[in-house]
Design a protein around this ligand. Structure first.
Ligand SMILES: [Ca+2]
Length: 176
């Protein structure tokens, strides 16, 4: 998952806020992550299709950026989440209106692994739900990036062992 994440970061010109949680078993990890302070990353969203399957980042009140390998034709975006198993009173659940993969996405090598989701209505921005700024340029090798999301924090553990249902974060370096 980390390799996939790094590829994704690389192809996305190093947006440091992107979460990756791929839709494959054993690929849904945030290895070495630790629990975020609740709602401290208000741009982080969970993508849901009856179950959490990927993450994304809110970039405006009506648009989310995620990874193209997370594509589904219909997605419910869950904003203001921390524990994805319980109702904490901060969540907004908004269906997608459009799901747009990069036109040159390549599922074999994951080039251009980026996707936009338009929400069917604007999110209400507050202290639990807010946008993240897009970078103006590429990050150089070794730049420290914050990754976040939900998933297993162990590289060799079962799915969602430990705190994987609570939002996790980790600092990693851009490798290329
Ligand atoms: Ca929740």
């Amino acid at each position: 998952a980390i390799l996939r994440l790094m590829l994704f970061l690389n192809h996305f010109c190093c947006n440091v806020f992107i979460l990756v949680a791929a839709p494959f078993e054993d690929d849904d990890k945030i290895v070495g992550g630790y629990e975020c302070r609740k709602n401290s990353l208000p741009y982080q969203v969970s993508l849901n299709a009856g179950y959490h399957f990927c993450g994304g980042s809110l970039i405006s009140s009506q648009w989310v950026v995620s990874a193209a390998h997370c594509y589904k034709s219909r997605i419910q975006v869950r904003l203001g989440e921390h524990n994805i198993d319980t109702n904490e009173g901060t969540e907004q659940m908004i269906d997608s209106a459009k799901v747009i993969r990069h036109q040159s996405y390549n599922g074999n090598n994951l080039n251009n692994d980026i996707m936009l989701i338009k929400l069917s209505r604007p999110a209400t921005l507050n202290s639990y739900v807010n946008t993240v700024s897009l970078p103006g340029s590429c990050a150089s090798t070794g730049t420290q990036c914050l990754i976040s999301g939900w998933g297993n924090t162990l590289s060799n553990g079962g799915k969602y062992i430990g705190q994987g249902r609570l939002m996790q974060k980790k600092i990693i370096s851009v490798i290329k």
